[in-house]
Write a protein of this length. Structure first.
Length: 319
């Protein structure tokens, strides 16, 4: 894709204020909702090469100091394709209703699963058990469903983890496009990074290590635990704010699930939705389902990946 010079008019000013939506955007690759777009030569740091969408209420945050990242689908692609494992599991266990097609059950399963995307896996399995019960079936314990799902998922992704461990795959091949450069940029700027995932913490730690991203987060890597009520992304966010004595104004979160976006907005933070097309990493295309869902829960910015990380951070920080 050719380098585009369409940017928000005030991207270099601390205000970066939204303008009326009447200004036409002749380049459909870029969606600056609510921004006046300006054609012309601009500093390199503000050039966006790919798609990006700013919500009308977006305002830069020069005081950002702490950054929360989701893991799967936001940074890591090790588990790419996980819905293709979880949906069939749901369909297999859901008792069919009279006249109900398998496709209808697949759609129900997909909607239940994605509605809970970003929360701990156990919540999706609790939902499965509830669906089985409401249809007159006798469900397994949700933890049994979770272990069966993880067994099946491991069969799908084991070769990726082993490839990373043995050097036959490069870590950046299984990172969302441009992710490492953004992480390094944030570290250089002195911002403090946190990682929180709905995946079990033991796997998050292992996979962050083989992707060589654990070093950016240090001890601040959090994931699901057996006592699922003791962990949530909301709790991680509360801990960040309390331990560092900051308000939500100082927090920015990057994620592809509604949970981290919604939780961040609830405390007054800035939320960047990564609507990644995981199956076609580097395509620069939005996953439209993610885009719509994440805008719907209040995302301030939506990107398909991190190809424009430098320009994005400059705008978020009002530089």
């Amino acid at each position: 894709m050719a380098l585009s010079r369409f940017i928000p008019r005030d991207v270099k000013s601390p205000s970066c204020r939204p303008a009326p939506e009447s200004h036409p955007n002749p380049n459909p690759a870029l969606l600056f909702r609510g921004f006046d777009l300006n054609w012309g030569a601009v500093p390199t740091a503000t050039l966006f090469r790919g798609r990006v969408e700013f919500a009308p209420a977006f305002v830069p945050r020069p005081g950002l100091s702490h950054v929360l990242f989701d893991f799967d689908g936001t940074l890591s692609l090790i588990r790419e394709g996980w819905p293709e494992v979880m949906v069939p599991l749901f369909v297999e266990w859901l008792p069919p209703r009279a006249g109900e097609s398998e496709e209808a059950r697949r759609q129900l399963a997909f909607e239940d699963i994605m509605r809970l995307n970003g929360k701990q896996t156990i919540y999706q399995m609790i939902q499965l058990a509830e669906r089985v019960r409401e249809r007159g079936g006798q469900p397994q314990d949700p933890l049994w469903y979770k272990h069966e799902y993880l067994r099946r998922l491991d069969e799908r992704i084991r070769h990726r983890v082993e490839g990373l461990r043995h050097g036959t795959l490069r870590p950046d091949d299984l990172l969302v496009f441009g992710a490492r450069a953004v992480l390094e940029n944030l570290v250089r700027r002195g911002l403090k990074l946190y990682l929180a995932s709905g995946t079990d913490e033991v796997y998050v730690q292992q996979e962050a290590e083989v992707l060589d991203v654990a070093r950016y987060f240090g001890r601040h890597i959090y994931g699901a635990v057996d006592n699922y009520r003791s962990f949530s992304k909301r709790r991680v966010i509360e801990r960040i704010l309390q331990e560092n004595r900051i308000s939500g104004e100082g927090l920015v979160a990057f994620g592809d699930g509604y949970v981290e976006i919604q939780n961040t907005k609830e405390v007054g933070g800035l939320a960047v939705a990564v609507a990644s097309d995981e199956a076609h990493n580097g395509s620069g295309r939005f996953d439209e389902w993610k885009r719509q869902r994440l805008l719907g829960v209040g995302a301030d910015v939506v990107v398909p990946d991190f190809r424009d990380g430098e320009a994005l951070l400059a705008c978020l920080l009002g530089e």
